[in-house]
Design a protein around this ligand. Structure first.
Ligand code: NAD
Length: 394
């Protein structure tokens, strides 16, 4: 079949098998070019949320920058004869194939990482194939979580807290800037968002690994968060998602406490804004990202997903790294996004930006390009007019 992007709101319901594979390869090539000599420090890495965005980038840096064996877990859609699978499905295939060629172990489990059954399956594989894990990356982004103990299905809400928020946003497809009114979350919606995107499940994973003796001495774990600029605080950091991310901070302290005797530690890493399936769904964020990208590109300090994660691993997670921690003990690699000249320029543009000047003030084209690339479209060297097998390129 010939696969074209089919965009519905903030998702694309098709993915290009060859394009996704080429996108993974581009990221592998980037890492290979940075780390001419593979770094050491991680032997066995578990990546929760390994199929896209920051989790995939982490797996690529672990596997190809550090030569680590990786077990990845994600929740993706398999293809059928006449229907493409999700991008992450193809990304996982491409990663595994490349890892095999590179001679590093890679295994992927597809299913619900929030379930105890998945934890047990992962434990079994680690025991049999890997021994002990020395880095756990927690990079899940999901709108729902079925609680593994109570069975309750929690749904997250991306909402402000307290009062109605009137704020600018952009319709990414139409390129229209408008003002939206966002209703505040109820108490129940806030609690549900914390249940989905907070730290409880990270704790469950770490408890299981520790109890079953599957963590190496000094094992590290890192979970990803976003704080961002005051422009997005009302919808992110000061909204329901911020509550969930505060719970991640709580969990990092609790896990570190439990790991004390082993010399291990848990850290939250604050990352920059990028275009991912998860971030495209957050109101206001695409407009902020469009302005941010334009300004960061003008300053020559734009980082994409893979370059950002490479910097995280090589300067903050690698052994003997001088970590840049904030007062909460979080690793900060959002320093460039939040630097004064960048934020000042974005802040100046924010009140001025409108539909007719978005192209000059912002980089909506760059946002759209990155969005399509997530689904394997717009990747250099891929023949999009050619027939492809949706079942994969093997
Ligand atoms: P993403 O949508 O690209 O990836 C999410 C991953 O989670 C995918 O691999 C998906 O398969 C997996 N997943 C979702 N539900 C699952 C389930 N039930 N079981 C197993 N796997 C499941 O997301 P992303 O933007 O890379 O976000 C990852 C983390 O990084 C999040 O914590 C997010 O808050 C954080 N972060 C993102 C940004 C950004 O701008 N995108 C910035 C800073 C921090």
């Amino acid at each position: 079949m010939i696969v074209k992007p089919r965009i519905r709101g903030f998702i694309c319901t098709t993915a290009h098998p060859v394009g996704c594979a080429a996108h993974v390869q581009e990221q592998i090539d980037y890492v290979a070019a940075q780390a001419a000599d593979t770094q050491t420090g991680f032997k066995n890495v578990l990546v929760l949320g390994c199929s896209g965005g920051y989790g995939l980038a982490s797996r690529i840096v672990a596997g190809f920058g550090f030569g680590a064996n990786t077990l990845g877990i994600s929740f993706e859609k398999a293809p059928a004869e006449n229907k493409t699978g999700s991008a992450g499905w193809y990304n996982n295939l491409a990663f595994e194939r490349a890892a095999k060629q590179r001679g590093v172990y890679a295994r992927t489990l597809d299913g619900d990482a929030f379930s105890d059954a998945m934890r047990e399956q992962a434990a079994e594989i680690i025991r049999q194939d890997m021994g002990q894990i020395d880095l756990v990356v927690y990079s899940l982004a999901s709108p729902v979580r079925q609680h593994p103990r109570s069975g309750v299905l929690h749904r997250s809400s991306i909402k402000p807290l307290g009062e109605v928020l009137d704020i600018k946003t952009v319709h990414v497809e139409k390129g229209e800037v408008s003002e939206v009114s966002l209703e505040p979350a109820t108490q129940e919606e806030s609690e549900n968002t914390v249940a989905v995107m907070g730290g409880e499940d990270w704790e469950f994973w770490m408890q299981m690994l520790q109890q079953q003796g599957l963590l190496a001495a000094g094992a590290q774990t890192v979970a990803y968060t976003y704080i961002g600029s005051e422009l997005t605080w009302p919808i992110y950091w000061e909204g329901t998602l911020g509550l969930a991310k505060a719970d991640l901070d709580r969990a990092s302290r609790a896990i570190t406490e439990r790991l004390k005797g082993t010399g291990g530690s848990a850290r939250v890493a604050v990352l920059k804004a990028i275009v991912s399936q998860a971030s495209a769904a957050i109101p206001v964020v695409p407009l902020y990202v469009a302005l941010l990208f334009k300004v960061m590109k003008e300053h020559g300090i734009h980082e994409d997903c893979i370059s950002h994660i490479y910097r995280l691993f090589s300067t903050q997670l690698a052994p003997a790294a001088q970590q840049r921690l904030d007062e909460q003990g979080r690793i900060r690699v959002d320093d460039q996004e939040l630097s004064a000249p960048i934020q000042q320029a974005v802040r100046e543009r924010w009140p001025m930006v409108a539909t007719d000047n978005l192209e000059q003030l912002g980089d909506l084209a760059g946002f759209r390009e990155d969005f399509l690339r997530i689904f394997g479209f717009g990747i250099a060297g891929v023949d999009y007019a050619a027939e492809v097998n949706p079942l994969g390129i093997d």
